[in-house]
Design a protein around this ligand. Structure first.
Ligand code: 2P0
Length: 327
């Protein structure tokens, strides 16, 4: 009844921003991501009939708002699989939480896998990915290692909306450097930000149409392992997502001045012939894709960018795994 799972963040190369259904948390489009070898969440779940309510600790302290999302997920698991016991959940992130570093992706992937193990549910990966999606759409992708594609599915209950593998972590030799520009939590969470964009941005339908085309192109670029194509598509897709967010009322701007400075650093590197491309999520951090050969030069340029407080070097990594299981 007790299990510990570990999952890492994934960064979308073709982004998920919009839902076709809120109840089942179904994305409006597919997305393609790379799971990282760092930025890990480790989560222990213990179901105990003696627990009067769920007890949720995040990084050693009561989880607050994030705890409500975890309880909602546990309620779903209990209802779906006929479990009555409450749970003790202890989760630890080795990176800033809720700051555009995909902590909900690694968090709900680790939680879904730990629940599957602790309750001996025996869910196959697609069902586990669909379950993680109910916690957070991006979490469905962190169950898988390397390059993964989230399928939007067509079923009303989302049974066919899960992530599938595209390529192993080593298929495309690359690094992803994360330029940290702020460690504080973001003001508007992704769920709320997506809804606002869908409801008020006139560019949202164009974003959905463009993403559908980008998915085909990115699938090919990954299959052919052409880093320049992967990077070019990822940068363009990210800017289109942010353009759609800017068109919302009130507008959504997740960037700060250091985010913009890091963008110019990446463009400056390219002008000097160094292959580097950025992507940015619902937060101010800038994630830079490059060949391992160029990683040192890219890291040094990012570290010298005004307002960048840290640079984290990552690479494609493995999917979520069980650390410990006690029956
Ligand atoms: C992504 N993001 O594809 C995109 C790009 C942020 C920007 O997935 O509402 O936290 O919990 O399903 O998964 C963030 O959205 O949203 C996200 P919910 P989630 O990585």
């Amino acid at each position: 009844m007790k299990a510990t799972a570990r999952a890492t963040s994934n960064i979308a190369l073709i982004k998920y921003w919009g839902k076709r259904d809120i109840t089942f948390n179904l994305p409006a489009t597919g997305s393609i991501s790379v799971t990282l070898d760092g930025l890990a969440t480790t989560t222990t779940v213990e179901f105990d009939e003696g627990c009067e309510s769920d007890e949720i600790l995040l990084n050693g302290a009561p989880a607050g708002d994030a705890g409500a999302r975890v309880t909602k997920f546990l309620d779903l698991v209990r209802a779906k699989y006929g479990v009555s016991a409450h749970a003790r959940v202890e989760t630890h992130n080795d990176f800033p939480t809720g700051a555009g570093l995909a902590s909900s992706a690694s968090g709900f992937a680790a939680l879904a896998l730990a629940c599957n193990e602790a309750l001996s549910l025996g869910l196959p990966t697609p069902a586990l990915s669909a379950l993680a999606r109910r916690g957070s759409g991006s979490a469905a992708r962190s169950l898988l290692g390397g390059f993964a594609e989230m399928l939007p599915g067509t079923s009303p209950d989302g049974a066919d909306a899960y992530a599938v593998p595209l390529a192993d972590p080593g298929h495309v030799p690359m690094n992803m450097l994360i330029a940290v520009t702020s460690s504080g939590p973001k003001k508007v969470g992704s769920t709320e930000g997506m809804q606002r964009t869908e409801e008020t941005s006139p560019y949202h339908p164009a974003w959905v149409a463009a993403t559908t085309q980008d998915l085909d192109a990115m699938r090919r670029a990954i299959a052919d392992a052409v880093l320049e194509e992967i990077g070019t598509l990822a940068e363009s897709n990210c800017l289109r997502m942010h353009a759609s967010m800017l068109g919302a009322r009130p507008p959504l701007l997740y960037w700060n001045s250091a985010t913009v400075a890091a963008i110019h650093t990446v463009w400056g590197l390219r002008e000097r012939g160094i292959g580097a491309w950025f992507t940015i999520d619902a937060g101010p951090q800038v994630k830079v894709i490059c060949s391992p050969i160029d990683a040192k030069a890219v890291e040094s340029a990012l570290r010298n960018t005004p307002g960048v407080t840290d640079v984290i070097l990552t690479a494609p990594g493995a999917g979520a795994s069980i650390v410990e299981s006690v029956s």
